[in-house]
Design a protein. Structure first.
Length: 460
């Protein structure tokens, strides 16, 4: 099964969201394991006329389609989704497929320090609701996206990190009544997998792996069943206001709407809307998928699990065994689009794979790709309205944990747009995206932090 990409144009490898006005117009899906194993669902084609809708949504990833789905299904509003390339071209078709009980990058202790225990508990419950919502949606809408059994192993990459894992387990129990399980390196090897780097692990009972591009196609089909128009190869290249309504222009058409949603996340151009400029930071992450493991390699690595795995590094690696016995591993990459094709970034991932699993020294790498994760100044996702234009909405900044939270964000955003008062007063929803101070120097800061975190992760 291969994705059909008949009219698509190759994506320039050096694409950089901070430098471009929009991501492309009909660019191909990345050459990923996900696109190679997905049948692409039908959309509404390229926009080549004038359209009108209650809500126009920019961005055809999980956020855009989840928002459209709830707006149409629950609130009976008409929606048009404009996607520059095709649904899932952004992070939603590039991620590792880890459905996590998380949203954003802020740790639980930081949440408690910042918002108090009750505030942190409410945020904890909201991210949990996102994960549950995703499982339920997959079941209810019968989305064939290979959901795996629950379980997330947080692996101590050196003995000292077992203390950190222990404190996290205590914090989760004390603050949220959440039970986890500490595993020695022997228990990890006996029950899950063997790795000379693993000093043990903390196992969270929740979180699961899935096929992200098949999930995306499930979203497309759900949207089409609701009568939503989803246009591919239709980037918003010009945005104007005419008689109090928004008019979004694409290369061949336009959409007029009372409300607009920016669901562009890590692919948000600084030029899209001035209310969003310098309020998000795109950070590149790379993924590799190996050839299927042979029986001997399976025996040597002792893999008995398809549960999702991350390590305790600040610059963490995420990895898992896919249902067809390949290993997927991802981690940080280049800082700029220009440097994205430098082979040293993939070499770093291969090196990490081999340190974790020396038995895979000779294994072939069948697929590699990358994508732009969206980071915010306060490490939290934000879902809401622009302060100086209440008819423009956004949901972004999941910081590498958006597979489940984007669905919850889509639901909350649809509620806000429809004027439903039931949105809980959480910082995700009632605090705006903050501007990065010294925005032009963000990448310089990122470079320095990468060096510092690398030294701390590996040598301290
Ligand atoms: C390599 C990688 C691995 C990841 N792994 C995980 C993981 O395992 N678990 C997890 O929870 N999260 C993960 N994430 C993050 C997760 O994939 C994202 O948070 C999530 O997919 C965001 O969905 P979205 O719909 O908000 O944005 P996207 O899916 O990025 O969609 C944004 C879309 O907007 C479009 N767009 C931008 N500008 C315009 C315009 N002007 N006109 C029209 N369209 C436009 C883009 O083409 C793009 O398709 C990962 C991300 C990456 C890059």
């Amino acid at each position: 099964m291969a994705a059909k990409q008949t009219d698509a144009i190759a994506t320039p490898a050096s694409y950089d969201p901070l430098l471009e006005n929009y991501p492309g117009a009909g660019w191909q899906l990345p050459d990923s394991y996900w696109s190679a194993t997905t049948d692409i669902a039908a959309d509404s084609g390229v926009l080549s006329q004038q359209e009108a809708a209650d809500v126009a949504i920019i961005g055809g990833g999980y956020t855009g389609l989840a928002t459209a789905y709830y707006l149409a299904k629950t609130f009976n509003l008409s929606c048009v989704v404009l996607e520059a390339n095709q649904a899932g071209w952004g992070c939603s078709g590039r991620n590792g497929g880890f459905a996590l009980k998380a949203g954003g990058r802020m740790g639980y202790q930081a949440m408690i320090n910042r918002f108090g225990l009750a505030g942190a508990q409410a945020m904890f419950n909201e991210t949990f609701a996102g994960l549950r919502r995703l499982r339920e949606l997959i079941d209810d809408e019968r989305i064939d996206c290979e959901p795996q059994a629950d379980g997330h192993l947080w692996v101590a990459h050196k003995p000292a990190m077992m203390e950190t894992a222990k404190s996290e387990a205590e914090l989760l129990k004390r603050a949220f009544g959440y039970e986890t399980e500490l595993l020695s390196s022997e228990a990890l090897a006996q029950r899950y997998f063997k790795s000379p780097e693993a000093a043990g692990a903390l196992r969270f009972p929740d979180g699961f792996g899935l096929h992200p591009m098949k999930l995306m196609q499930g979203y497309v089909q759900m949207a089409m069943r609701q009568g939503i128009k989803l246009y591919r190869a239709s980037p918003v290249i010009h945005w104007e206001s005419v008689e109090g309504r928004h008019v979004l222009h694409t290369p061949q058409g336009s959409v007029t709407a009372a409300k607009v949603v920016c669901a562009t996340n890590g692919y948000t151009s600084p030029k899209l809307h001035k209310g969003l400029t310098n309020r998000t930071f795109p950070v590149l992450s790379n993924v590799l998928v190996t050839a299927p493991l042979s029986d001997a390699q399976l025996a040597e690595t002792g893999f008995k699990t398809n549960q999702i795995i991350t390590d305790t590094r600040t610059l963490r690696y995420y990895y898992r065994k896919l249902p067809d016995n390949r290993i997927l591993i991802g981690g940080r990459s280049a800082i700029t689009g220009k440097d994205a094709l430098n082979p040293r970034h993939d070499e770093m991932l291969v090196d990490s794979l081999q340190r974790k699993f020396p038995a895979l020294e000779q294994i072939g790498i069948d697929y590699k790709w990358g994508g732009w994760v969206c980071v915010t100044y306060d490490d939290l996702p934000h879902v809401g309205q622009l302060p100086d234009d209440s008819s423009v909405f956004y949901a972004m900044g999941y910081g590498g944990s958006g597979v489940s939270f984007s669905l919850q964000a889509g639901w909350r955003l649809a509620q806000q747009i429809a004027g439903d008062k039931e949105v809980p007063p959480l910082p995700f929803y009632n605090q705006p995206l903050k501007k990065f101070p010294f925005a032009p120097f963000r990448r310089m800061g990122q470079r320095m932090l990468y060096q510092y975190f690398h030294l701390r992760d590996e040598y301290k």
